[in-house]
Design a protein around this ligand. Sequence first.
Ligand code: NAI
Ligand code: MG
Length: 356
Amino acid sequence: MTQKIAILPGDGIGPEITAQAVRLLDKLIAQGLDAEYEYAPLGGAAYDQYGSPYPEATQTLCRAADAVLLGAVGGPQYDTLPRPVRPERGLLAIRKDLNLFANLRPAVLFPELADASTLKPEVVAGLDILIVRELTGDIYFGEPRGIRTLDNGEREGFNTMRYRESEIRRIAKVSFEAAQRRNKKLCSVDKANVLETTELWKEIFTEVSKDYPDVELSHMYVDNAAMQLVRAPKQFDVIATGNIFGDILSDQASMLTGSIGMLPSASLDENGKGLYEPSHGSAPDIAGQNKANPLATVLSLAMLLRYSLKDEARAAQVENAVQKVLQQGFRTADIAEAGAKVLSCSQMGDALLDAL
Ligand code: NAI
Ligand code: MG
């Protein structure tokens, strides 16, 4: 059956970078990929057109789609809007609407870009890890929460860390399946020595591991994981963790690579449908100048092919094209070493098409 992809260019550099990914998608379709795509607005672009950051037309398209490719949303021109119609609300709304509970954030450092990291090249060159972060539970959403006044008049803030077995089991499944597609090592990160919620997390991961005998499961406390990520990050393959630990560790891991323009992400639901987007924002400072790095978006397209369209061969084909242009010395401004020839966003798209 023809797979349906919704393309949401969004704001700022969003349209420029998604355009390059779509050029590759067109070529893959011409080569036989059985997919079709349609555009819809999200964020500021949607507010401008419909008065809402996640309008009905976009909802309808995304609900019917097998996968969604997003550029980025937001920009200074929207910062004075009332909160409910700001671009970021569009992003939160689509994540919630599509029930995207599994956030996959790879941190890959192509050997050619080892100098971009603040860590020593030998520590990070060739780094290829994947952080799986649970996105809809944990202390961010647990009730009760609030700020209350105690009997003695002092105020107290409180939040509640909660995970249900079913929530842990479904993120465990996604994590094990991701590890199966990679180097078959999964590290579950918890704080089970102190937090009962994560004790349950650890227990369920151990239980689910019986269904994946080919994946080697290990456990690590989150404080140690933070240390190990900067000490010897290449020891990891897939790291799975809850919402709050994952928020912090995934940002930490992404900076091991030093180049925000290179990092894709995926957010998946229970049926493999997903939203794919670069980890960076809409970069208003360079928007409209044809300068942005489209590689994070192109690598997001590769994830879309892998996780939603289940087309590992074409996912690898797109990733190999990225690798090839880097080997050829092509750079956009954000990743260019001194003296390198700097390509525009669309010239990088040209090089990628050739490489594909
Ligand atoms: P940002 O990621 O947009 O930009 C940070 C810096 O990185 C800027 O100097 C920018 O030029 C550069 N940069 C980012 N992506 C790049 C690329 N592909 N190529 C070359 N350089 C790149 O983060 P910032 O400035 O904090 O936010 C700008 C806007 O984006 C805000 O409105 C923010 O709310 C929104 N935003 C949206 C996100 C999303 O759509 N998922 C995520 C983060 C921020
Ligand atoms: Mg964060």
